[in-house]
Design a binder for this molecule. Structure first.
Ligand SMILES: [Zn+2]
Length: 354
């Protein structure tokens, strides 16, 4: 993938966006989308909506969520140790020793998540996941006053991990859930913009907020955009590493190509059109059967207004919700290509009635 594209992914990950505090990432996304869309707006929840060919039919929404996990500073004790609330679903065992950045008006403050050392853990404390109440952020100060000079109550923090190349097409970072999804949809929009003379549909890009805390941005933005068709891009767990079961989650792997969901949350015609687009492009894909819900923004978009014909294409991702999520740039490139071909095939005659 081109250097300038990777630079955008870096910028996106460098812009902290815990759920409810997405403004900095959304600013980066708005600036980028100005190059590929006819109009851009931001709604009252902070969803960024950018449209290409907005007056055409059918209306199709391509979306991913820009929010990430994070922390909210709640209390500073006498020694300057900082206690926090978590934003989103953390596995507490992944936190002790993590470096974090507390984001302040004067820039980021480096901190470390502290816990008592293993040497002092008693009996059954060992081998058990720590409780969030037994952890704090240590920013290297010695008093409450010193900490208060740097950090205010209500400041947000994120893990400090940034994007790095692991090997080959694999990259690792915090927040690839779901900034890699936003990046993929931006890339699909860029390709659609380059071929816009062939485009018949109205395309609405949505960078949605607050997915990690209840799929909220998708809920409201879908109502606002009022699409006939919507495809969400999120990350999904894989069964290609130890301690996961193909029997339980199917055969999903990194570098295996787009993961296309099927099930009650997915419109069968949209599913088939996604499969056709992959076949025509010669892109290998993986099928993800989801019997009840997908756990993604797709679930709420499907039941917006009088119903939306939804699809879900996922990026395979290892170690979800840790500071070291791994995805493949090859999978991302293929999903962007799949989405742009899917949209180019839509016209006013497209039938999504099952
Ligand atoms: Zn997530």
């Amino acid at each position: 993938m081109e250097e300038s594209r990777i630079a955008f992914l870096h910028r996106l990950i460098n812009s902290p966006s815990p759920s409810g505090f997405e403004q900095r990432a959304q600013q980066v996304i708005r600036e980028e989308m100005q190059h590929y869309t006819d109009e851009q707006r931001t709604d009252v929840h902070g969803n960024v909506i950018a449209a290409l060919n907005p007056n055409a039919n059918p209306r199709v929404m391509l979306t991913a969520h820009c929010d990430e996990l994070g922390f909210l500073v709640r209390y500073i004790d006498e020694k300057g140790f900082i206690y926090f609330a978590t934003i989103g679903g953390f596995d507490p065992s992944t936190l002790p020793g993590e470096r974090v950045q507390i984001h302040t008006a004067n820039g980021p403050i480096l901190g470390v998540i502290g816990r008592k050392p293993v040497h002092l853990l008693q009996g059954d404390e060992r081998g058990k996941a720590p409780k969030l109440s037994e952890m704090w952020i240590d920013i290297g100060v010695s008093s409450k006053e010193e900490a208060q000079g740097l950090v205010t109550i209500g400041s947000i923090a994120t893990r400090a991990a940034q994007l790095e190349t692991l090997r080959g097409d694999l990259v690792v970072s915090r927040a690839l859930d779901d900034k890699s999804g936003v990046f993929t949809v931006v890339e699909a929009m860029r390709r659609l913009y380059e071929q816009r003379e062939k485009l018949k549909a109205g395309v609405f890009f949505v960078s949605a907020v607050q997915e990690e805390v209840g799929l909220r941005g998708a809920h409201t933005s879908a109502f606002g955009v009022d699409p006939l068709i919507a495809v969400a891009v999120d990350v999904t767990y894989t069964s290609d590493h130890p301690q996961t079961s193909k029997h339980e989650i199917g055969d999903i792997r990194l570098n295996g190509g787009p993961v296309i969901s099927i099930g009650g949350r997915i419109n069968p015609r949209v599913y088939q059109m996604l499969i056709n687009a992959a076949d025509e492009a010669g892109i290998a894909y993986q099928i993800d059967p989801q019997a009840s819900g997908t756990g993604t923004d797709t679930d709420v978009i499907q039941v917006s207004r009088a119903g939306v014909a939804t699809g879900l294409v996922s990026i395979p991702c290892r170690y979800l919700h840790t500071g070291s999520e791994i995805v493949s740039l090859k999978d991302i490139d293929e999903i962007a290509e799949l989405l742009s071909r899917f949209v180019l095939a839509l016209d006013a005659q497209t039938n999504v009635i099952p």
